[in-house]
Ligand binder design. Sequence first.
Ligand code: GLN
Length: 194
Amino acid sequence: MRIGILALQGDFAEHGAMLRQLGVQTREVRLPSELADLAGLVIPGGESTTMGRLARSYGLIKPIQELAQQGLPLWGTCAGMILLARETVDGVPGQPLLGLLDVTVVRNGFGRQLDSFEVDMEVPILGPPAFHGVFIRAPYIQDWAAEVQILARLEEGQAVAAQQGNRLVTAFHPELTQDLRFHRYFLQLVEQSA
Ligand code: GLN
């Protein structure tokens, strides 16, 4: 079993290190041919407009959408969550999106003062203890379809993690912590999809 990590830009290396700690083989994906035979794909944090444009010029958008339709499990963190969204309310005009999760995200959802912050959050699917959320110019989920399950919210109410079938999104960066529980959770989705 091999998990791909979109490696056009952003913190793909950290995701790779966490997955390998869990004993999983990984592959950095930059070209459509590198999407072959993956059991799952992670889209890291970074800068969603840059990542989206690179994905478009490398011809990755359509192949990823097709693999998702065929059931490939996906996980997007932060910029990756934006790329997976159906819609953004403050995206850059023409920003390429994969549109694979029926959510609307506010791209720079926490504005300037709260640009970046860290907070412990209850995540019911993970159980205790609280998960340490690292938010870096993070988005949040403003609207979602009935099929979308919200997995975590901040105390102020913003939805910051969600799942639709085997597609997972987190507005924060589990790959920048030592906590492997979200990576393990994604691997469970991958195993259930196999
Ligand atoms: N706000 C960034 C964007 O629009 C995402 C930041 C991140 O991934 N840490 O892509």
